[in-house]
Design a protein around this ligand. Structure first.
Ligand code: ADP
Ligand code: MG
Length: 703
C-alpha cells in the first residue's frame, strides 16, 4: 500500500530513538523500513493495564495472565552451557516463578530485586506447579500514562529485544508515528456514501485507533474499518480487471451448434445428463457463443460428472472448427482421461492425442504435427501440453482438470497457445469456501455441479482405531466376497518419506498375509515405481484382476474404478480434510453402497478429532471445505499457497465472510455505476488503486 510522501514514507531512522543501527535491525528482523511499514505493524493483542490476576488464580495453561508483584529473588542456575534465570514474583496471594532460558545475562542485570513488576504470559505446569517461561515483564512504575485504555502489544524478536526493541520500545515508536500523522498523510479513500452506508470510521482515525484504542468499542470500529478496506480494495482490483477483461478480451466465437454435438447428444450419450450438468453446459455456451473470452471455474464434487461436461464443451469447439485440449495434473490422470474420452469420441470418429512426459520421441513427432496442422482436434496431456514445442492449429478451448495443482504461470502459458486467447474451463473437485472463491477466483465465472448422477448412494464413513484392524479386515473380506474391490491408502509425505515407505510396505505385507493368494490378489502403487509398473498395477485393479489396491496418495485425484466400494485410509489423522474427502471420492462411483474407513491411532489431537468427526458426519464437499478453512486458515488451503494474493493484514477469511460479502457487493455497485471510476467522489480511491497495483500481483495473468 502506498501513501503521500510524508512521515509515512520516511525511513524509520528519522524517528526519535531509532538511528541507523536500530533501523537496520528493524528492517532485517521485521521488514520494517519506513513509517508506512510501521503503521501496518499492527499490535497482535492489547493489554488492559487496569486488570490484574492474583498469583493464586493462575491455574489454566490455555490462558494468558497479567500479574503485578514484587521481585523477591533472582537466581541464575544450571550448567554454564544451559543457564537459566529463575525469578520469584510475589503478590499478596502467593509467589510464582518466572523462568528464562535465553537472554539470561542481560535479564539478570535488568530485572531489579525488590521492585514491583507487571508480568504477562501463559503459564505452564512444571513439577506440578505453575510457572511462566519467557513472560513479558516490565517495571510497574513505568508508563503510567498508559493506564487508561488498551495498550498495544507488538511482535518482536529475540534479537530486537536484546537491542532494547521489545514490544514496549516498538510501542514508543508507533506512538510517535501515530501522533505525527493527520488525515493529510492518510487521506480518506473510501467514498463518503460507502462510509455512511456501513457506518465506518474514517481512515486516519482507524489507523490511530488500531494502535491506541481507548476502549474495546473503538478497537472494534478500527478493526472493522480496516478489514473492510482490505477486502474492498481486493474486490475492487479483481472486479476492475474483470470488467476490463470483459470489455476488451476477445476469444474464439463458438456459435454454431454443430453436427458433432447434436449427433452425440442424440445417439451416443451413455446416460442422461443431470440437471446440474445441463445447467453448467448452458452457462459455458452462453459465454462462448459471443466470443467473449471465458474463464470459468467448474466446481463439482468428486463423481459429479465433470468429465462429460468437459467433453461436450470440447465438441462445441470442434463443431466450430477449433481444437480443444485437456490438461491433467498427473500422468495417471491424463491417461485415464484419454481412455474415457477416447471411448466417448469413438462413435464420432474424432481423433484424440495423448501427450505426457513419457511420450516417446517417435510418437511425439507425428503427434505434434497432427496438432499443428489440425488433424488432431483433441489433445489430452499433463503440463507437457503447455511446453513451447506444442503448437496448435486453432485452439479454441482449454480444459484444466484439478486446477489447484497448476501454477498461475502455467495457466497464463495456455493463453499463448492460440491467436485468440482460448476459452478456459477449470474443473475442480476441491470445493472452495465462498470467501476464498471470491478473493482468489473473484475474477472467474463460477459454475457449480451440485448434484450427483442418479442412483448414487451416500458413502458411509466410519472411524476406527488400530485395535479394530481384524474387524476391518473381516469387513473387507465380506465386500470382496460380494465381488467388490478395496483401496487401502497410506500417507506419504516427503519429509518422512523413508518411514512412510516402510509403513506402506509393512502394511502391504500384512495385507498379503491376511488376504493370501490365490484366493486374493493385491496390487500396490506408489511414487517410487516406474511409470510402466504403476500403470500395469493400476490396470490390473481397474480390470478387476486384483481385489485390493494398496497405494499412497498417488491415487488421490480422479482415478475411476466404479466397482471399488471400500476405501480404507491408514493413519487418517495425518491427512488434511480436503485430501480425505478426495480419497473418499474414489469409491461410491458405481451403484453399490460404498464405505470409507478412517484408521487412526488412539490418541488424537483435538484438530484431528474434528477432522475425523467432520468426515463421518458429512459427504458435502462445501461443508468440509468450510471446516477445513476454519481449522487451517486460508494460507494453507489448496490453491492459495502459490497465489500470494491473500496477504490480508487483518481480515480473516474464515471469520469475516459478512464483511467480505458487503465489500464485494459495494465494489459491484460502485463499478456498475461508474465503471471507469471517473466521478470525483471516486478519484481518491482510483488513485490509491493505481498505486497499489504497481506493487501487487498481476491479476491479468491469473485467469
Ligand atoms: P468427476 O466430476 O469426479 O470428474 P467423473 O466425470 O469422473 O466425475 O464421473 C464419475 C462417474 O459418473 C463416471 O463413471 C461417469 O461416467 C459417471 N457419470 C457422469 N455423469 C453421469 C450422469 N449424468 N449419469 C450417470 N452417470 C454419470
Ligand atoms: Mg474428474
Amino acid at each position: 500500500m502506498s501513501f503521500n510522501p510524508s512521515i509515512l514514507s520516511s525511513p524509520l531512522a528519522y524517528l526519535k530513538g531509532v538511528g541507523p543501527q536500530r533501523a537496520e535491525l528493524l528492517a532485517k528482523e521485521l521488514e520494517l523500513h519506513n513509517g508506512e511499514d510501521l503503521l501496518f505493524h499492527f499490535p497482535f493483542r492489547y493489554a488492559d493495564r487496569t486488570k490484574f490476576s492474583k498469583v493464586k488464580e493462575v491455574d489454566n495453561e490455555e490462558m494468558y495472565y497479567q500479574l503485578k508483584g514484587i521481585v523477591t529473588s533472582k537466581e541464575v542456575i544450571g550448567s554454564p552451557r544451559q543457564k537459566r534465570l529463575v525469578v520469584k514474583l510475589k503478590d499478596e496471594s502467593g509467589t510464582i516463578e518466572l523462568v528464562w532460558f535465553q537472554g539470561v545475562q542481560w535479564l539478570e542485570k535488568s530485572i531489579l530485586h525488590g521492585q514491583e513488576y507487571v508480568v504477562f504470559g501463559k503459564p505452564q505446569l512444571f513439577n506440578s506447579r505453575f510457572n511462566f517461561s519467557h513472560p513479558e515483564i516490565e517495571l510497574a512504575a513505568q508508563d503510567r500514562d498508559s493506564q487508561v485504555g488498551l495498550f498495544p502489544v507488538y511482535s518482536s524478536t529475540e534479537k530486537l529485544k536484546q537491542r532494547g526493541l521489545a514490544t514496549k520500545a516498538i510501542a514508543k515508536l508507533t506512538k510517535q508515528l501515530v501522533s505525527g500523522i493527520s488525515s493529510n498523510d492518510l487521506p480518506e479513500i473510501l467514498p463518503a456514501w460507502v462510509l455512511q452506508k456501513f457506518k465506518l470510521c474514517g481512515r486516519c482515525d482507524a489507523f490511530k485507533w488500531i494502535h491506541y484504542p481507548h476502549d474495546e468499542e473503538q478497537l472494534k470500529q478500527a478493526q472493522r474499518r480496516i478489514k473492510f478496506e482490505e477486502l474492498f480494495l481486493n474486490q475492487m482490483s479483481i472486479l476492475r480487471l474483470k470488467g476490463h477483461h470483459d470489455r476488451t478480451e476477445q476469444g474464439p466465437v463458438l456459435k454454431a451448434v454443430g453436427p458433432l454435438l447434436q449427433q452425440y447428444l442424440d445417439h451416443h450419450l451413455p446416460f442422461s445428463l443431470t440437471n446440474a450438468q445441463r445447467r453448467v453446459l448452458k452457462e459455458v455456451r452462453q459465454n462462448i457463443i459471443y466470443g467473449k473470452q471465458m474463464n470459468r471455474l467448474v466446481q463439482g464434487d468428486v463423481g459429479s460428472g465433470k468429465t462429460m461436461v468437459a467433453f461436450l464443451s470440447m465438441l462445441m469447439a470442434i463443431d466450430n472448427g477449433y481444437q480443444a485440449c485437456l490438461m491433467a495434473p498427473t500422468e495417471i490422470l491424463a491417461k485415464q482421461h484419454f481412455q474415457t474420452l477416447s471411448g466417448y469420441a469413438e462413435p464420432l470418429g474424432i481423433k484424440i492425442g495423448l501427450l505426457t512426459g513419457s511420450t516417446k520421441a517417435a510418437q511425439r513427432r507425428p503427434l505434434l504435427e497432427g496438432i499443428q496442422n489440425g488433424e488432431i482436434p483433441i489433445l489430452i496431456g499433463t503440463h507437457a501440453l503447455i511446453e513451447d514445442k506444442v503448437q496448435f492449429d486453432k485452439l479454441g478451448l482449454a480444459v484444466v482438470d484439478e486446477q489447484h495443482k497448476f501454477g498461475v504461470a502455467q495457466r497464463a502459458a495456455l493463453h499463448q497457445k492460440g491467436t485468440l486467447k482460448p476459452h478456459i474451463l477449470i474443473m475442480t473437485a476441491t470445493p472452495i469456501p465462498r470467501t476464498l472463491a471470491m478473493t482468489l477466483y473473484g475474477d472467474l465465472e463460477v459454475s457449480v455441479i451440485d448434484e450427483l448422477p442418479p442412483g448414487r448412494q451416500a458413502i458411509k464413513t466410519q472411524h476406527f482405531n488400530d485395535s479394530h484392524r481384524l474387524q476391518v479386515f473381516g469387513f473387507m473380506r465380506d465386500e470382496i466376497a460380494k465381488g467388490r474391490q478395496v483401496y487401502v491408502v497410506y500417507p506419504l509425505i516427503e519429509e518422512s518419506e523413508k518411514m512412510d515407505y516402510k509403513d506402506l510396505m509393512d502394511g502391504y505385507e500384512s495385507i498379503v498375509r491376511a488376504f493370501p493368494s490365490p484366493q486374493y490378489q493385491v496390487s500396490i502403487v506408489h511414487g517410487k515405481q516406474k511409470a510402466e509398473d504403476k500403470e500395469w498395477e493400476m490396470q490390473r485393479f481397474a480390470k478387476g484382476e486384483t481385489q485390493i489396491m494398496v497405494a499412497t496418495t498417488v491415487i488421490e485425484v480422479g482415478v475411476n474404478v466404479p466397482n471399488a466400494t471400500v476405501m480404507v485410509i491408514e493413519s487418517a489423522e495425518r491427512f488434511g480434510l480436503s485430501q480425505l474427502h478426495q480419497l473418499r471420492g474414489r469409491v461410491g462411483r458405481g451403484g453399490e453402497q460404498s464405505f470409507c474407513i478412517l484408521m487412526t491411532g488412539h490418541k488424537l489431537s483435538n484438530e484431528a478429532r474434528t477432522r475425523m468427526r467432520t468426515m463421518v458426519e458429512t459427504n458435502d464437499g462445501f461443508k468440509i471445505a468450510e471446516v477445513d478453512l476454519k481449522l487451517r486458515g486460508p494460507g494453507d488451503m489448496s490453491g492459495t499457497q502459490q497465489s500470494g494474493v491473500l496477504s490480508f493484514r487483518l481480515a480473516d477469511l474464515s471469520q469475516d465472510q459478512a464483511i467480505l460479502q458487503a465489500a464485494r457487493e459495494t465494489a459491484i455497485e460502485l463499478l456498475s455505476a461508474d465503471a471507469l471510476m471517473e466521478r470525483p467522489e471516486h478519484a481518491a480511491l482510483r488513485y490509491h488503486l493505481s498505486l497499489q497495483r504497481k506493487s501487487s500481483t498481476d491479476w491479468s495473468k491469473i485467469s
